[in-house]
Design a protein around this ligand. Sequence first.
Ligand SMILES: NC(=O)c1ccc[n+]([C@@H]2O[C@H](COP(=O)([O-])OP(=O)(O)OC[C@H]3O[C@@H](n4cnc5c(N)ncnc54)[C@H](OP(=O)(O)O)[C@@H]3O)[C@@H](O)[C@H]2O)c1
Length: 376
Amino acid sequence: MTSNRREFIKAGALGAAALSTGMLGAPSPAAARTDHKPLDILVLGGTGFIGPHMVREALRRGHSVTLFNRGRTDAGAFPDLETIKGDRNNGLDGLEGRQWDVVIDNSGYVPRHVRDSARLLAPNVAHYVFVSTVSVYADFTSDAPESAPLATIADETVEQVTGETYGALKALCEKAVMQEVGAERTTVLRPTYICGPGDRTDRFTWWPVRASRGGEMLWPGQPGDHIQIIDVHDLALFTVDCVEQKIAGTFNTATPESGYTMGELLADCRAVTAAEVQDIWVDEAFAIAASANAPVRNHGAFPVWHPQRGPDAMGAQFIAHAAREAGMQTRPVRETIRGLLGWWATLPEERTSKLQAGLPAEYEAELIARWKKQQG
Ligand SMILES: NC(=O)c1ccc[n+]([C@@H]2O[C@H](COP(=O)([O-])OP(=O)(O)OC[C@H]3O[C@@H](n4cnc5c(N)ncnc54)[C@H](OP(=O)(O)O)[C@@H]3O)[C@@H](O)[C@H]2O)c1
């Protein structure tokens, strides 16, 4: 569990290095349409975790894509695409005098960087998509539609992105795009935990990977505890829908609408993996203490789960009606799990042996023994 609430989505976004991944799963009805004219799309980033999924989906639908990045992350990912080399921090020269139909900005964290690129590109593009986050909200204890109050920061010139500043800075980034491009030409997407092939944080991945090993498995809280995720493929499909249909507005992107619980996650893991899992549920206090004392893994001992009660409670559901009304479709989580495990099986042992989140096996066994003893 990540103790800092605001940090909960930041870690993955910042930590993601690149992996080339294929699109998995069925395309949305919008994706199947062929009545959109090919567009010239500029992707700011494009070689991190979510970027490649968006790039591939756009290419699959017949659009042209130009990438803008520093060439540090997975530089060989798209050898056939034009890549403009530059830095969002005062290095936008390569974008000057160029025109595109649409910009997809999925690498904006610092308001000044986002404002600079939005100001430069606004006269030369018809539409701008900014990938934000649900971490922009001020309060994670009550349900949040897009209109919920946003986090603020005392000094808006701060450029250091930390767990504390991430959400408020992303909110300022959103504002900068709106001001420079105009609300009628801007789409802001606010994803919850993004999961799928290429995610280097292993936050959601950990659950199915651990379940696939079988045996006694520790589960935090109660089966009815809610979690929210978005499959990276569904996010990519909806992003390109927004691009093609020029859908303006601000959208929480989360799945599924009806809510999803840890108990359902267990059932879905069981349905997909052949392994026998004996679930052992520990109460929140035990889980919080276990997490606090866990051997360090970058993204928490019980990733994606948050306490629903008590001082660390984070019971908010991010309401995604608007995205659904605009056409976003989300696949069953079971399908996400199947895709993740398929991808995981293709990775080298060097990678799979270094899970970035979850409980190390020995520590989990120790906790289970302690819990059983405590229960008498
Ligand atoms: N992961 C999640 O669960 C989650 C949840 C909610 C929202 N988000 C949002 O999703 C986005 C993250 O996407 P991601 O993980 O695919 O990308 P990312 O890791 O944040 O960005 C990587 C891409 O941006 C480029 N880049 C980074 N710094 C740059 C700079 N100074 N100038 C130019 N290019 C730069 C990288 O290439 P180079 O290194 O070669 O420059 C790479 O192409 C973020 O906007 C984040 O807020 C993520």
